[in-house]
Design a protein around this ligand. Structure first.
Ligand SMILES: [Cu+2]
Length: 248
């Protein structure tokens, strides 16, 4: 067996491991901070919840808020954007993330990765699908028959409020969002709405939240001091629903 073939088999195995983790640990798979241990580094954790207002309904609530009593919001991307230069080690152990196409949907619909991570797109439907992204640094347009695979390594980061939007050229209702960061301080909330960042260098950051599928946005400047263990519980309301931008 050639070395290349062995490498590919190993790659396949690592994807399988990632898939298993995705199934069992939906809260942990998005962010894996790998900052070297430092004496001053801080942590930030919290939850994102949604408080409904009957006078101003949010039509996506039933999809992303499983427990109406807590309002815990799933599939929100939370990120810490440094407002000054901080030292960030390279992405030495790129993650492998799976996105399947099943029942005419991208699953999961929202992912958050670091530059250098690889995303493997698959198709479990009998139908021919496609995965398309129009972006100068990360463009692709690939047809995927049943059980076919396309893998893409994301090269450039995006802003939290301007994630990549993927589509399938054959089925207009299929969409997915890919958030790409050049640092490890990002998370995708699970059903409990929680997020956590470790090893955060002291400094000033924009704490940003974007629920792309549900069009919710929120941000706030925060100061992180040495050895802080910050807890931030963020409650979104209908005021955080993004207005549709006028068509150009
Ligand atoms: Cu399709």
């Amino acid at each position: 067996m050639s070395d290349l073939r062995i490498k590919m088999l190993q790659l396949g195995a690592s994807f399988k491991t990632t898939a298993t983790l995705l199934a069992t640990l939906p809260l942990l798979w998005a962010a894996s901070p790998l900052i070297a241990e430092g004496t001053d580094e801080a942590s930030l954790s919290g939850t994102v919840t949604y408080r409904a207002d009957p006078d101003s309904p949010w039509r996506f609530q039933r999809y992303y808020v499983a427990d109406q009593s807590t309002g815990a919001l799933a599939e929100a991307v939370v990120s810490l954007k440094p407002t000054q230069t901080i030292e960030i080690p390279p992405n030495d152990t790129p993650a492998n993330v799976l996105v399947d196409q099943e029942n005419f949907q991208f699953i999961p619909e929202t992912i958050a990765v670091r530059t250098g991570d690889r995303v493997r797109f698959t198709n479990s439907d009998e139908t021919l699908h496609n995965v398309m992204l129009s972006h100068p640094a990360d463009a692709f347009n690939v047809n995927l028959g049943k059980d076919e695979i396309y893998e893409h390594q994301f090269k450039s980061s995006v802003e939290t409020f301007r994630p990549h939007r993927l589509g399938c050229v054959y089925h207009g209702s299929m969409r997915a969002w890919v958030f790409v960061y050049d640092h490890p301080f990002f998370a995708l909330t699970g059903r409990d709405g929680s997020f956590q960042f470790k090893n955060v260098p002291p400094g000033e950051y924009q704490l940003e939240i974007h629920h792309a599928a549900g069009r919710l946005v929120w941000n706030e400047t925060i100061k992180v001091s040495a050895k802080d263990a910050l807890i931030k519980n963020i409650r979104l309301t209908p005021k955080n629903i993004k207005k549709r931008s006028p068509r150009k």
